[in-house]
Ligand binder design. Structure first.
Ligand code: GRG
Length: 307
């Protein structure tokens, strides 16, 4: 624990995040050059380069470096998970889904490019994600079998066994009169949010040459962090809503969305978040503490964020 504490103290997480985000933004920019058909590429680039936190690419790069791989080995995988994340947000914002006008502080893709183009930009980003891992992962750093495995790990967590399954479950529970239970809520978050975080770390670990038991521990780390993300989100929704109460009706209190505080209460939800953070970090205890510092800090970053 002392070695871990010393490594943590020496680690400058803010600079790490800024440095990695800049590298990811540059790689994404290069991966989707403006070309024909220009409006499609413009629409893809509009959302991809709109400046998210880049948490998933960071997880991917950090997992690769944790098991001894280089950032260059994982950069195509890191870009791929961000492409999938971005396209899921484009589709999620569509009128047939959440019908949102703003995303990352700017008008949503369909508000700028129209619904058809937004659907197609999302479609093209899914295809590009898989193409990019397969074609751009440097063969001199990563044996082809590992790259192939990375593609499989991504596919598994994006489609009907992952992200899309989570969205379907969410959609069906929102439209239903049945109350959503804890198990169902966990299923939704595990697929909608945790699955892509899992893809990020597992792909990073795979291309970095991790052993099976390391991949498994990192997968569990990501699952805990994904759930943690949502529990914290739900808690922030309530606390923000009550701060604003009086000015406007609390957003979450008014909506019919099921949240952890609604099922467990605020206190138990906070305890659950602490538990998930602890469980996530436990998965890192077998690794070199110095190399595990980014993932340790990422867990805390998600647990203690204020918005
Ligand atoms: C994947 C083929 C395919 C289709 C998409 C619409 C859909 C199916 C899924 C919706 C998924 C969704 C909206 C999940 C929520 C994920 C989430 C936690 C978003 C917020 O992530 P942040 O905070 O966002 O990392 P930034 O903007 O920082 O990147």
């Amino acid at each position: 624990a002392t070695a871990a504490a010393a490594a943590a103290a020496a680690f400058d997480f803010k600079s790490y995040m800024a440095e990695k985000a800049a590298a990811v933004n540059q790689a994404l920019d290069a991966a989707v050059p403006l070309s024909y058909p220009e409006l499609l590429l413009e629409s893809m680039r509009y959302s991809l380069l709109a400046g998210g936190k880049r948490v998933r690419p960071m997880l991917c790069l950090a997992a690769c470096e944790l098991v001894g791989g280089s950032a260059a080995a994982a950069m195509p995988s890191a870009c791929a998970v961000e492409m999938i994340h971005t396209m899921s947000l484009i589709h999620d914002d569509l009128p047939c889904m959440d019908n949102d006008d703003l995303r990352r502080g700017v008008p949503t893709n369909h508000r700028v490019y129209g619904e058809s183009m937004a659907v197609l930009a999302g479609d093209a980003l899914i295809a590009l994600a898989f193409q990019h891992v397969a074609a751009a992962t440097p063969p001199e750093l990563v044996p082809a079998a590992r790259t192939l495995r990375a593609v499989v790990e991504l596919g598994r967590r994006v489609g009907a066994e992952g992200l899309v399954a989570g969205q379907v479950a969410d959609m069906q529970s929102t439209g239903s009169s049945e109350p959503v239970g804890l198990e169902q809520l966990e299923y939704i978050h595990r697929n909608k949010t945790a699955a892509l975080l899992e893809a990020a770390v597992v792909m990073g670990a795979v291309v970095g040459g991790a052993a099976e038991d390391q991949i498994e521990r990192l997968n569990k780390y990501a699952r805990c962090v994904g759930l943690l993300f949502q529990v914290v989100d739900d808690i922030l929704d309530v606390t923000k809503s009550s701060e604003e109460l009086g000015k406007t009706a609390g957003k979450d209190l008014a909506s019919d969305k099921t949240t952890y505080p609604k099922i467990l209460g605020l206190e138990k939800s906070r305890e659950f978040a602490v538990q998930l953070n602890k469980e996530a970090k436990e998965q890192l205890s077998e690794f070199d503490p110095e190399k595990a510092a980014p993932l340790l800090f990422l867990a805390d970053f998600i647990a203690y964020r204020q918005n």
